[in-house]
Ligand binder design. Sequence first.
Ligand code: UGA
Length: 468
Amino acid sequence: MKISVIGCGYLGAVHAATLAAMGHTVVGIDVDSAKIDQLSRGTAPFYEPGLDELLVEGLSTGRLHFSASMAAAAEAEVHFLCVGTPQSKTSNDADLSYLFAATAALVPYLAEGAAVVGKSTVPVGTVMLLRSVLADRKDVPLGWNPEFLRQGTAVKDSLVPDRLVYGVAGGRDASLDATGHAHGLTAVLDAVYEPLLRAGIPRLVCAYATAELIKSAANAYLATKISFINAMSELCDASGADVTELGEAMGLDPRIGGRYLHAGLGFGGGCLPKDIRSFRAQAAALDVDSVDQWMGVVDAINLAQRHRTVEIARELCGGSVRGQAVTVLGAAFKPDTDDIRDSPALDVALQLATLGAQVTVTDPKALPNAAMRYPQLRFVQSTDVALAGADLVLLLTEWDEYRQLVPADVGLKVRRRTMVDARNVLHAAEWEAAGWHIRGLGTGTAGRGTLARERTLGAPASSAVRAF
Ligand code: UGA
């Protein structure tokens, strides 16, 4: 099929390359001509494992093209809208201006029989609003096909998704003809995703509002799970329990499942934070207070983890970080991406710098983006150089290379062996055995430090336990 993908960011660039890999002829369109030039050379404008290879493959077959001109969409049978829907600068709402602008720009190039399908994450009700942009083209079918890919594993998530969701006019009942076969937009999307459907990927057809809400609800649930375990981490620190063991044990119950139950610095990035805020705004507009309040608590618990991390850093520096050499491992919002949007790591780094610490940040991939956005911080590419002379080290993004650090080796580089493992990924006992004072979030290390100190002073263990 001939397909256009409008918007070539994290979502669109991956979608275009994936559709070409499925055998379609695809043009990716974006208003940013520098991005288009880069994609046309087979290089993604951001770090995403496996994407460059997929782009090169698509370009070499002649099935994948990129263009900065909407006119390039004219021959396509299906147009996928993949532009960003960031948080509004003035409220919790999603900013839909790019979506409306892209759709309006597409209208003059819609061929007879072409379909328009959105993939961006949007508030419930958006498809009905978009219909008004297409008011003069009532013949054009409009659908919503939310995307569930994660950055860092986007290629795999797109080629082997957990499910396909189609939001179509009239919902599931309207998607079948009298003989029980898919027809209309459902049949068009089935043709687009034929290789995935053949491989047994489940697909669900529903009404617009349900498709819009499925995506928001899925992200809200993931955020809820993370904030739940982070609230438990606070309870663990207060009681001496270990949240990693707690999460592991809970996750073995298949009704709960262990994924997204990893406590630590919490979620960031361009999706979960803005999506739960948009969800709040949607719920409030629909007078559903429970969801509005719920998401407010999830957001607050998440942000509190950043504050807790800063407080632990202060505590480990004797009450103030002023003048202390602090090394931050990680700038990206999570490993395997160079995306720094709403990065918890950079938020903590900035808070420490504001409190007077001399902060050095390192990261395998995200430093160019971070340095552009936060010129007030010091960025060093080499982990060894970044660690040299540190009074305190904070592991804030769990890249593999930081998980594999050898405590004794790192100990030779720093000035004081003090570590905050805010992602709860290091083996605390190993670090302690190498002479480190290490703290996690809810991992019982708060208690271990207290016990160790009190034992050195000769206090009986029981009084140390009472001190919790
Ligand atoms: C998220 C969803 O997982 C995707 O399904 C969705 O398609 C995407 O948003 C989107 O809306 O486009 P993503 O933002 O790439 O994907 O990141 P995740 O892998 O979900 O991680 C989000 C954040 O949660 C990261 O900061 C990560 O460090 C944190 N996290 C994740 C935890 O703190 N604990 C966990 O147990 C899991």
